[in-house]
Design a protein around this ligand. Sequence first.
Ligand code: MG
Length: 214
Amino acid sequence: MRPQAVLFDCDGVLADSEMLVNAIVAEQLTALGWPMQAAEARETFLGLALPDMVPRIEARVGSLPPGWAQEIAMLLAIEMTRRTPAIPGAVEAVHRIVAAGVPVAVASNSGRAELMAKMRGLGLATVFGDRIFSFEDVDRPKPWPDIYLAAAASCDAAPQDCVVVEDSVPGVRAGMAAGCRVLGFAHETPRGVLAAHGATPFLAMDELDALLGI
Ligand SMILES: [Mg+2]
């Protein structure tokens, strides 16, 4: 069934940035007295926006220095400007969907500066245009549905006519809560876990065309 719009998560779906981001987060937390490797940062924070990470971090290390969140957001944006690795086949899949005449949007729990850096790094900033949504553009980050509702509205589509492409549990929950059909890219999270939260799992970006009916 062909959707009215396809709403993409960014990290782990378009940008293969999770390990890079997790390495930076792990480094910062280790410096604060919570020794951590990138893999543990991934397990602890996958799919969470910075505001939802802060209380978890403070529960462990105590109050964060003033401006810590802003500083790490800036660090991540700088790193993504330098280099944004793409998920294999993801950029090509977006181009095929657009060529098929289906509107696309991005909805991400990243900060706006970091997200825009990734879009430019992937060469997708002009493809998505003004349909790029950061957690800073809505009241509540994923797993709340706000960001997917905003993305669907930007495509003039009802949420139930949209397909969300996600890779994390908070992201799948956000897409389901918005009333969208959710495809779960089983890259960082096992397919069974994504399916348990309501997503249809898939393993490679070249499967998207068939799943979307384009
Ligand atoms: Mg993700």
